[in-house]
Every structure is written in C-alpha cells, then in structure tokens.
Design a protein around this ligand. Structure first.
Ligand code: BT5
Length: 258
C-alpha cells in the first residue's frame, strides 16, 4: 500500500491539471486556507494541497470538521470559466467525483446528498466545502477513509471506510481517483453541464425521498430534482420550492448533523 506522499500521488495520477502540482503536508489548520494562499500567489488551476491532519478543518457555516490522521483531506485551486450562477455546480462536481472515486477504490456504493455530502448507507463518509473569492474557487474535499471509527466522535454520526470495510484503503490511490474523477466532472461542467447533472442524479441519495430543509429556508417535502444552477427542487404541500442553500436531512434513516 502506498503512503500518502506527493511522489506516490504523482505516480498514480491520470489527470491533466488536477494534482499538478500536489503538495502534501503533515499537519495544517485547513487545506482550504493553504490552497487559498497559493491561489492568491497565482497558483494555476488544479494545484492541490493535501494534509494528513487538519487541526481546524471546517465545514460550511463555520462548523467544525474533524480531520484526524487516516482521512483524506484535500483542496484544489479552481478558476471556473462558467457563469457565476453555475458556480454551485462546482460542489456537485466535487461530490459526484468523490462518490465515483470511493466506488472505484473501496467498491462501496457511496452516494451524494445535496448539496455537499458523501454518504455510505445514509451516514456521512465525507463532505465538500467550496469557498470562493473573486475568480477563484477552492474546492475542499474530506473523506473519512482510514479514520478509526472511535475517532469520529459519536456526535457526528460519521462513518469511515475503515469502519465499514474492516480494513484500510490505499490513501494515495484514493487521492488519485478523487482528483481524476473530480477533474472529469469539472470538465463536464464546462463542456456539457446537463451531463454533469445526469451523473449527479445517478449518485443522489436524496431524490424521490421525503426531506426536511433547514437554514435560510425551512420546509419539508419530496426532493424532486436538482436544476441547472444546482438548486434542489422540493415538492411541498404548497407547491414546488427551489432551495439554493441550506441543510437537508433525509426523513427516514438520518438524523440531522448540526
Ligand atoms: C461539510 O460541511 O460536510 C464540508 C466538509 C469539508 C471538509 C474538507 S477537508 C478538506 C477541506 N479543508 C477544510 O477545512 N474543509 C474541507 P457541513 O455540511 O457543514 O458538515 C459539517 C458537520 O458534519 C459538522 O457539524 C459535524 O456534525 C459533521 N462532521 C464533522 N466532522 C465530520 C467527519 N469527519 N465525518 C462526518 N461528519 C463530520
């Protein structure tokens, strides 16, 4: 099994831009901060930062993201060339790419939950955090790959590949697969956004299910689709609602992660 080093990743990469270059740190506060700083200095699209540990990994809306050793914590510098209203699709490209990568490397049915969750059996295996500034987007992806189950405190309800499979996965191979599949989906965003949405729908754990949405908007209904700007369409008793931001819980198996 390959250690998580830039040499091992470079050897396994099949991408044109993502992971070129890739910088691997032992420990940082957040890979999104490191990638953001590199972007400010002019780093090219695809520049990737990985850390074995994040001391203050973050989720959306200021929430903390547990990032102990064993996980894959990475951020990619992007300079999307699509209209601003399509930028939310960058997050969908990242999570659909991550789901494909987990399927490929761990042979597990990973699914996506709008807007940014990566799920296995309705439990959170990972998440995506997109942060934008001017013409730059930093795409952060976290996957609880080889995190020992006990290290994901019970509060998060998270799951790791190690916990689910009972053995470790090759982190360098997982990093290469995530970068490869994410690049593929990101390219689709530029060439054929409808095809990107079709891929997302294929992986989606939300569509057709009763959901509760909270955050800026609060509502309940059946998730019907995602639209061409990445919003979730929810059928409520009052009609079809378009949700552009927020958190979604599946009414059956999942409890909300606050
Ligand atoms: C996310 O936020 O799901 C986005 C996570 C993005 C993490 C990556 S790692 C690389 C890059 N660098 C960063 O600093 N971040 C990105 P959100 O949907 O807001 O979910 C956060 C919630 O998930 C928390 O409030 C907890 O309830 C739960 N949580 C925290 N750590 C978790 C973990 N390791 N696994 C599963 N759930 C977790």
């Amino acid at each position: 099994m390959e250690a998580l080093t830039s040499t091992a990743i470079q050897r396994g990469l099949s991408t044109r831009r993502f992971g070129r270059p890739v910088i691997v740190h032992e420990s940082v506060r957040s890979t999104n901060d490191e990638a953001g700083a590199l972007a400010q200095q002019g780093a090219s699209e695809g520049t990737t930062v990985i850390a074995r540990i994040q001391t203050t990994g973050r989720g959306r809306r200021g929430r903390a993201w547990l990032s102990p050793a064993g996980g894959l914590w990475l951020s990619v510098v992007l300079r999307p060339k699509v209209a601003l209203e399509q930028w939310p699709l960058v997050g969908l490209a990242a999570s659909a790419g991550a789901a494909d990568a987990v399927r490929e490397v761990a042979l597990l049915q990973a699914r996506v939950k709008w807007p940014n969750d990566l799920l296995v059996e309705d439990r959170k295996l990972g998440g995506v955090l997109i942060e934008t500034s001017g013409t730059v987007a930093i795409a952060g992806i976290g996957i609880n790959a080889n995190v020992p189950p006990g290290a994901l405190d019970a509060q998060t309800g998270g799951i790791s590949l190690l916990g689910r499979l009972g053995h470790s996965v090759d982190l360098a191979a997982l990093a290469c697969a995530v970068l490869g599949r994410f690049e593929e989906h990101y390219d689709l965003l530029h060439s054929d956004p409808d095809a990107l949405l079709a891929r997302w729908r294929k992986h989606d754990a939300t569509l057709g299910r009763q959901v509760r949405v909270w955050g800026a908007q609060e509502l309940e209904g059946v998730a019907e689709d995602v639209d061409d700007r990445g919003a979730l369409l929810v059928r409520t008793p009052e009609g079809l609602r378009r949700v552009v931001a927020g958190d979604v819980s599946l009414r059956t198996a999942e409890t909300p992660a606050e």
